[in-house]
Design a protein around this ligand. Structure first.
Ligand code: ZN
Length: 462
């Protein structure tokens, strides 16, 4: 009750509070539901994010689509009017909703007029607690999920995946290292019992965070405590441990992408060494630096690639940095050479202090306009939930400021001293090769025909 009183008081002091985006009022209801409420600067609108702590990573390869299928099923209706009736109710409130299942969570995303915020939250609550899952709904949801995953998983596609032909370079490497499932997860075999179990074990208030940003009603905290406080907590389930690198992968491979074409892609991928402090900020800055270094070398100096880039990606429990370049097929060897020279030069000389500082200041400056408006702010809190503590999110600008050139150089050395994995994606044949193959086949046909004619003309032995 004390927290409720405090929340009411705080909602009365909006204007000052709204300015500091890292300061957010958060408290937990007795049933374990975590609430984050933030007055936004835009009037008349609220952005709602309900984050449920269950995602694809919580299931084995075979059952990976369970949380995604359940997410879809929850939109199948709360009464006899079904899916359509549910949607009509949301339309009548002037709101829009959607949901997303990621590796780490399942999130319901709502934009709504401020005047209907309680009614919209009521509808979301009804969706969570009143949706009946029946076999027809399961069948319909399975079809939708299958379509979203790229249509029916054909024998050919499965075969290609098994032959390591169906994935992009980084996904393919993750499969080789045991960080990612080799085949697409299917939905056909998933049962109603399994779905009910996921709902019971994970869709509980003590596994949820409700974020509301915008033109908040004064009575919102009291409403939330009353209505959402009714949900019943469950014994928490443990998350599956994230996969770590289990097997070795070839240092260098060429992957076929399509049949004919003149383009190619070069990727050098390397696991990020784990830094004790400010790991993410350090590697974010290194990414910016490597991005720029690649652009200078591959595009400006050597004109090999139009849009080279450095990327960070997470597979299971392992973060990867990758250096990538789109190329002409014939330029691959030269691009490999340029990449090697760039890595050698960075290892020898380290980061250029002026460039590093310029890029660091740019990254800090970007924070000033990176998150605009209620919806972006709600999305930001959703993405940074792990960094919320004591009423505050960590300020990325301050964290970035704390990364020194020395630390960045240390991370760079540890990164580049690894051999990493070189992957070249290109179609089976170049355009020229195709033309020569056609010419060759045509020539052989002609020779065959000529030989046959000569054979016919030879006078029969007397
Ligand atoms: Zn979906």
């Amino acid at each position: 009750m004390r927290c409720l009183l405090f929340a009411c008081l705080f909602l009365g002091s909006f204007p000052l509070f709204a300015l500091d985006r890292f300061q957010v009022e958060g408290y937990t209801l007795p049933n374990g539901l975590q609430l984050l409420l933030k007055p936004g600067t835009e009037r008349g609108h609220v952005a709602i994010r309900l984050v449920i702590g269950v995602g694809l990573d919580d299931f084995s390869c075979e059952d990976k689509e369970l949380p995604h299928l359940l997410e879809h099923l929850l939109f199948s209706g709360i009464d006899a009017t079904g899916e359509g009736g549910l949607e009509e109710r949301m339309q009548a409130l002037g709101g829009e909703w959607n949901a997303f299942t990621s590796n780490a969570d399942t999130t319901f995303v709502i934009e709504a007029p401020a005047k209907n915020q309680r009614k919209v939250l009521d509808l979301l609550l009804a969706l969570l607690s009143q949706t009946r899952i029946d076999d027809n709904a399961i069948k319909a949801a399975k079809q939708v999920v299958e379509r979203e995953d790229g249509g029916h998983y054909t024998r050919l596609q499965r075969w290609l995946d098994r032959q390591d032909l169906g994935h992009t370079a980084s996904n393919q490497l993750a499969v080789e290292l045991g960080l990612k499932c080799p085949e697409r997860a299917e939905v056909d075999h998933l049962t109603r019992e399994q779905l009910e179990k996921v709902r019971k074990l994970w869709y509980a208030p003590n596994n949820m965070t409700l974020i509301v940003v915008g033109d908040l009603e004064r009575l919102l905290p009291a409403y939330l405590e009353r209505a959402w406080g009714e949900l019943e907590a469950v014994d928490p389930s443990d998350h599956l441990p994230l996969p770590e690198i289990q097997t070795r992968a070839a240092h260098e491979r060429t992957l076929s992408s399509g049949f004919v074409g003149g383009g190619a892609k070069l990727h050098w991928l390397v696991p990020e060494p784990v830094m004790e402090d400010q790991h993410d900020e350090t590697f974010d800055l290194l990414k910016d630096y490597l991005d720029w270094a690649l652009y200078r070398q591959m595009r400006l100096v050597h004109s090999l690639s139009y849009g080279p880039s450095a990327e960070r990606e997470l597979f299971g429990g392992v973060g990867f940095m990758s250096l990538n370049a789109d190329l002409e097929r014939d330029d691959v060897p030269q691009a490999e050479q340029v990449l090697e020279e760039l890595k050698a030069q960075l290892l020898k000389d380290g980061l250029d202090a002026d460039t590093f500082n310029r890029l660091k200041q740019a990254a800090i400056a970007r924070q000033a306009w990176a998150v605009q408006g209620n919806s972006a702010l709600a999305d930001y809190y959703w993405s940074a939930l792990g960094e919320y503590e004591g009423g505050r999110f960590t300020n990325p600008a301050r964290e970035l400021q704390g990364v020194t050139l020395e630390e960045a150089n240390k991370a760079l050395r540890e990164l580049l001293l690894q051999p990493g994995y070189l992957r070249i994606e290109k179609p089976l044949m170049g355009d020229d090769q195709l033309i020569w193959t056609i010419v060759g086949v045509f020539g052989l046909l002609l020779l065959g025909l000529l030989g046959w004619r000569l054979h016919r003309r030879t006078p029969p032995p007397v």
